[in-house]
Design a protein around this ligand. Sequence first.
Ligand SMILES: [Zn+2]
Length: 207
Amino acid sequence: MEKKSVSVVTNCHICNILNNEILDKSINEWLIDHYSGEHIEPLSIAALTNRFNEQLLQYYFLKQHPNIDPTFDFEVLREYLQEVYLDNDDHIDSKLFSIGNSIIKHFELDPIFLSTRLVAPHTMQHHLQNCLAIRPDKLSSEESLHVKFLQATEFAHKILQSPLDIAINNGLASADTQIDIYIKDITTGEMRPIKEWITKISKGRVI
Ligand SMILES: [Zn+2]
């Protein structure tokens, strides 16, 4: 009896890519390691999606040009396709545009075909959490909390700086006035600079 290969179609775009052997299933192990952050520096969903998409672009390039050594960086091609064909961004970096455009022309690639192959971050999130059933570990979520606190602090500094500059220019505040954000313990009344506090909580110390 003839043996037929059955390709399983799922509702997950990434699983379909792997089931159709467009990319090797071993990429799942790479995703698990980098998403869980158990043995290795964790990567964000966006970074995992980008690396996955670059592998996809490499696959389609080699399918079209099996004997040509790609002389460019797939990260550049991915960024170009994303910005020009997916994000509809009006402000495309002119250097990225000219490099991306020349890769497309030189290798006679089909940018619309390629850009519609790319997977979106929410697809990656679905695949990681539902198909592979993994969650980022506690450490990486603490690390991301650390980053969020630092970003929020920087943002607060930024939005306070502009009215402060106006106040200084109008002689309402002295020129050596500086913004400093503190965290207050309402029980002890102790004040701590926020950056010091963030560093302490991210080292897991109880304050
Ligand atoms: Zn999946």
